[in-house]
Structure formats: C-alpha cells, structure tokens
Write a protein that binds this ligand. Structure first.
Ligand code: HEM
Length: 142
C-alpha cells in the first residue's frame, strides 16, 4: 500500500527562495555608493578624465546622489530614483550632450576602475556590471 505524499517532503519548486538581485549580490546601497563616489573622485582627480569632468557642473554632489539612485533601482534595489523620475530614459537624457567615442571611453574606463576598486571579491558580478555599463556608455557615443 502506497503512503500519501508527506507535505513536509514534497518538492515545491516554487517555494525556492528568489535568486539574489544584482543589487543584493553587490552588497546593497553601501557598495553602490562606494562605486559612485570612487567614480566621481577619479573623474575629479585623474587628468585622463579631464574632458568628462569639464562637461559636468562644478558641484558633483547632485550627480553622486542621482547616479547612486539610478544604479540602485537599475540593479534591482529600491526604485526611489525611478519613482522620482517617471519615464526618464538615460539614453534620451544624454542626447543634448555631444558624447564622442573618446568621452564614452573615459566614462567606461572610470566606471570600470570604480567597480574594480569597490567590488574586489566577486569577479562574476563585478564583470557583469562592468560589461553592461561599459556597453551602455559606448552606446551613447556618436
Ligand atoms: C557615455 C559617456 C557619458 C557622458 C559623457 C555623460 C555625461 C553626463 C553629463 C554631462 C551629465 C550632466 C552633468 C551635470 O549636470 O553636472 C550627466 C548626467 C547623468 N548621467 Fe551621464 N554621461 C555618460 C554616461 C552615463 C551612463 C552610462 C549613465 C548610467 C549608467 C549615466 C548616468 C547619469 C545620471 C544618473 C546623470 C544625472 C541625471 C540627473 O539627475 O539630472 N551617464 N551625464
């Protein structure tokens, strides 16, 4: 005689915990902020990014806030930035700026360094984030 399935042991694939979002895997808001601060610190300090720096306002504090908010929601964390900027598209937002391949390369290089410095222990998420942001930046060049 067969025994009825025991509810304790039945496999329930849907009860698996959801996989971590990139935001969680990175280490959440503190790591996003570390990446963003490193990025703008490099932009301010390294002459290799002088062209990129010159396009920005003298005060980078609002940019630090905004990029951290964007990256938080974009990577699967709290979506406050998207709620505060409904329908705002990164590509269209950058249309007024003349972004040459050289400038896109400066952005891509600085974010690559910032991520490498801030996410040293997880090469998989580090490389994934670097790859997708680098592509996004290069896609803005014209
Ligand atoms: C491709 C090279 C890029 C260049 C040359 C560039 C340049 C700029 C400039 C000049 C501004 C305005 C700065 C200011 O008002 O002080 C800006 C704003 C911003 N950019 Fe970029 N950007 C690039 C790529 C990106 C990428 C790939 C992202 C996102 C992953 C991004 C995110 C932002 C954000 C969040 C803002 C602030 C928007 C706001 O709150 O008004 N940028 N960018």
């Amino acid at each position: 005689m067969s025994t009825p399935p025991d509810s304790q042991t039945v496999e329930r694939p849907n009860s698996q915990p959801a996989p971590a979002t990139p935001f969680e895997r990175l280490g959440g808001r503190p790591v996003i902020e570390a990446i963003v601060h490193r990025f703008y610190d490099l932009m301010e300090a390294d002459p290799a990014y002088a062209g990129l720096r010159a396009m920005h306002q003298p005060d980078l504090a609002p940019m630090r806030q905004s990029l951290a908010g964007f990256l938080t929601g974009w990577s699967g964390g709290p979506r406050d930035w998207f709620d505060a900027n409904p329908g705002r598209c990164m590509m269209s937002m950058h249309k007024p700026f003349v972004i040459t391949e050289d400038l896109a390369g400066q952005w891509a290089d600085a974010i690559t360094r910032a991520i490498a410095d801030s996410v040293p222990d997880d090469p998989q998420i580090r490389d994934a984030m670097t790859g997708v942001l680098t592509q996004l930046a290069r896609g803005m060049a014209r």
